[in-house]
Design a protein around this ligand. Structure first.
Ligand code: APR
Length: 320
């Protein structure tokens, strides 16, 4: 059986890390595409030289030509600019919207059957715009945010409870921004919900509230430390988890920015909710009943995403 093909659009910090992870896991042959000449070629060659040491058998190619993504099974998009200290994800909107137009047209012309995972920020607006520009079916275009946000939440919770991260599950809804909604009632240690753990004396409401706030600002904390860019290891591994769910038809239940058509009372927007990802792309949106507080926070988050789309449409009239 021929190997699968993974195209990575954007060969920067996340793109390079994605390529290394995809190669180590032998997910398929890899094309690294970027507008910068030499960067994707250099990274592909460097990574190919890991193969004898790590023992993976995949082809790696760097390219500045969209023709090289032809036939890709999965495309992961990180093209664009990343945040610097003092910038919000929304500050990236104008520049990255133009990038999504070029990328969307490149995908439509060369790999219209791919499952596309967008990571570029501001995520909920960029994944929507990428879908509009590429015209791929909605269930084949998703945004990676929830896996990362819940990984951040799980890390902080495991640290608080002094238990393995493996036993912590977390539930995060809404847009990938400061309005995201970590839902404590659905976040657990080995199935025990956090409110029960508070009652058991494992933590306090105040400490959990602080963890929720730190999770919401999780990306900004890293930008502030790195100063020259934004997080890339955890975003990359989160993107790979989604790609693997599709390629191996795992039917993983993962939080992702998916197109909603009435679920959660939202129509025509990409917002973070749990969904099932398998060989059919987004196979199902998991629609749970939210308590009043989570619903109110979710509405605030959805409104923030709506505002971003208004801004996108003002910049590019073809999106109206
Ligand atoms: N087409 C392809 N690649 C592009 C384009 C384009 N039109 N415009 C820019 N790029 C490339 C850049 O040349 C760079 O190599 O995108 C790459 C981005 O890499 P980094 O600056 O290292 O950014 P990274 O940390 O990988 O983050 C990428 O993901 O999480 C988000 O906020 C983050 O939007 C940012 C994106």
């Amino acid at each position: 059986m021929a190997r699968k093909k993974i195209a990575l659009i954007g060969a920067g910090n996340i793109g390079g890390t994605l390529a290394h992870l995809a190669a180590s896991k032998e997910l398929g042959d890899i094309v690294l595409f970027d507008v910068a000449e030499g960067i994707p070629q250099g990274k592909a060659l460097d990574l190919a030289q890991c193969a004898p040491v790590e023992g993976f058998d995949v082809n790696l190619k760097g390219s500045n030509d969209y023709a090289d993504i032809a036939g890709a099974d999965v495309i992961i998009v990180t093209a664009g600019v990343a945040r610097k200290p003092g910038m919000s994800r929304d500050d990236l909107l104008g520049i990255n919207l133009k990038v999504m137009k070029a990328v969307g047209e490149g995908i439509a012309a060369n790999a219209p059957n791919a499952f596309v995972i967008c990571i570029t920020n501001p995520l909920d607006a960029m994944v929507w715009a990428l879908r509009e520009f590429s015209k791929l079916p909605h269930h084949m275009v998703v945004g990676m945010a929830g896996v990362l946000d819940s990984a951040r939440f799980r890390h902080f919770l495991a640290d608080e409870f002094k238990v393995s991260v493996q036993d912590v599950t977390a539930f995060v809804l809404g847009g990938h921004g400061d309005t995201m909604v970590p839902v404590v009632e659905y976040s657990t240690v080995a199935g025990i919900p956090i409110p029960d753990l508070i009652e058991m004396g494992w933590s306090t409401k105040e400490r959990i509230d602080a963890i929720v706030a730190r999770t919401r600002a999780g990306g900004g904390e890293i930008v502030g430390l790195l100063k020259t860019g934004s997080a890339f290891y955890a975003p990359a591994t989160s993107g790979i988890e989604m790609a693997e769910a599709y390629l191996k038809d795992k039917k993983r239940v993962l939080p992702a920015a998916v197109h909603l058509s009435g679920q959660y009372g939202v129509d025509g927007l990409y917002v973070g909710v749990p969904c099932v990802i398998g060989a059919g792309g987004v196979e199902k949106v998991v629609e749970i009943k939210l308590n009043a507080e989570a619903q109110a926070n979710f509405t605030v988050s959805v409104d923030a995403v709506k505002e971003l789309l208004v801004a996108c449409k003002a910049i590019d009239g073809s999106l109206n």
